[in-house]
Design a protein around this ligand. Structure first.
Ligand code: MN
Ligand code: MN
Length: 470
């Protein structure tokens, strides 16, 4: 009898030794890890449902931090290794800090994610009446495909500051017993003209007007009775008058809750995975960190989707000034701390989409269930507008992921010259910090309902946990 087991050929052996292995994805994971991923994501879904906009994400994060023994930062307090505290900037950024054995002397470990997501913001004068309907004018925030935001239920979130200084927080439309809002769309029967136009022309920013009411206040012969009725309802509920919209930040976001997707429940659909799907694992890695070598900071920033400008965006001086305060407390120079610091810019990348395969280059795309994605560079038009991580830092991160058995992959944002995008990585790199993007692959990025894999979300958590521990 001949042994059926074939000896491996010379070429097969050499291939095994030299060629990069295609990651096997979640198939490589055992059931216990997948079960842990599923459990971790129950917490993530709960986080998502109370964190639709950045202020709410800060509030939710602060609550989680407090439950884990974090106290509010006090610049006059002397901190010792193992101490945990949080710092908040203008209600829109939060930093969770775990003091390391060496404090900040050998640099800090930063995980930075953003908690703003694309949406429709109200204009300063939003309310108007047309054809006996009351509507809000909006100005979209971040990169959206406008047609995706029509004919879906929307909820309203944000803050109004009245002329008397009173602050009113608004959240209406997410719960079944609350009304929601909607941008109407043209019926297909009458869309022949619209359908023949390029999408960018068929749906314009000024068309994204949100329906907010349709009944008149009373039978008096007064004009704009429907608008008046809405003003009256807003006055009754919030005590606001029309001009109070001028000092408000009100955002319309999809009214969906985070939900399992697929018969196997392996995926999660939700609004705003980009980038709360990295923020939440970063938060959990910080709250579970146990006296690391170097001080660890998970920082959640705002305004990423519109260029990171402003005092709550990553180009703000807030984080670096805060680290300068920590440096001063440890008796070291801020610039020396930054030079030794390491950062994971925790942001998403596009997962390969079989429906749009030609948008990707298969060898350098990331895949759902492939684990966390490292994006060495972002930008567009020939690596323009990116910090592009060094070979040394990529090597450091690879070693860390290998050592900790973390499922990971690399990827570019789509085919060369098809488009592009950026993250906060370059702003951190400009502070003389080593940084690379590491996050979760997303399907339908920036759509009202984005998709991620539970395994990938959990791998992001394990990666941040390992990064803090190293
Ligand atoms: Mn992002
Ligand atoms: Mn984005």
């Amino acid at each position: 009898m001949v042994d059926e087991k074939k000896e491996k050929s010379e070429a097969a052996l050499l291939k095994e030794k030299l060629a990069a292995k295609k990651p096997g994805g979640a198939l490589e994971l055992d059931g216990e890890i997948i079960a842990r991923a599923d459990e971790f994501c129950e917490g993530y879904k709960a986080f998502m449902n109370t964190s639709k906009v950045e202020r709410e994400a800060v509030t939710t994060t602060k609550k989680i931090a407090q439950e884990h023994g974090f106290e509010e930062y006090d610049i006059n307090k002397t901190y010792k290794p193992g101490d945990k505290f949080y710092v908040i900037n203008r209600g829109k950024n939060i930093g969770l800090v775990v003091v390391g054995k060496n404090g900040v002397k050998n640099g800090v470990k930063l995980v930075i994610a953003h908690i703003d997501s694309p949406r429709l913001d109200l204009k300063p004068n939003p309310l108007y009446e047309s054809a006996d309907l009351a509507l809000f004018k909006t100005h979209y925030y971040g990169g959206i495909k406008k047609y995706q935001w029509t004919a879906i239920p929307l909820s309203l979130h944000g803050r109004i500051v009245r002329l008397d200084g009173e602050i009113i927080d608004v959240s209406v439309g997410d719960n079944d017993d609350e009304p929601c809002f909607c941008v109407s769309d043209l019926l297909p029967h009458l869309s022949r003209e619209q359908s023949s136009q390029p999408v960018s022309k068929a749906f314009t920013g000024e068309d994204l007007n949100v329906l907010v009411g349709s009944r008149p206040f009373n039978k008096d012969k007064e004009s704009e009775q429907v608008k008046l009725n809405i003003l009256n309802l807003l006055f009754e509920k919030y005590g606001i008058v029309e001009s109070d919209f001028l000092s408000a930040e009100l955002d319309l976001v999809p009214a969906f809750k985070a939900r399992d997707v697929g018969f196997d429940r392996s995926l999660i659909g939700a609004y705003g995975h980009d980038d709360k799907v990295c923020a939440y694992p970063g938060v959990m890695a910080a709250v579970n960190a146990d006296t690391p070598e170097s001080t660890c900071i998970t920082f959640l920033c705002d305004k990423e989707e519109i260029g990171s400008d402003g005092n709550t965006g990553m180009q703000s001086a807030f984080l670096r000034d805060f680290i300068a305060d920590l440096a001063q407390a440890d008796g070291v120079e801020y610039r020396h701390v930054m030079a030794k610091s390491k950062c994971l810019s925790a942001d998403v990348n596009a997962a390969f989409d079989p429906n749009y395969a030609s948008a990707f280059e298969g060898n350098n795309a990331s895949y759902l269930n492939g684990g966390v994605i490292i994006t060495k560079y972002t930008g567009s038009g020939g690596k323009y507008d990116t910090s592009d991580a060094s070979a040394e830092y990529m090597g450091y991160i690879r070693r860390m992921l290998h050592k900790n058995d973390i499922l990971w992959q690399t990827g570019e944002l789509g085919r060369v010259d098809l488009g592009g995008g950026g993250t906060i990585a370059k702003y951190i790199a400009n502070l003389n910090v080593d940084v690379v993007d590491l996050g979760v692959p997303v399907l339908s990025m920036h759509a009202p309902f984005e998709i991620v894999s539970k395994v990938d979300v959990y791998m992001a958590y394990l990666a941040f946990e390992a990064f803090f521990k190293e």
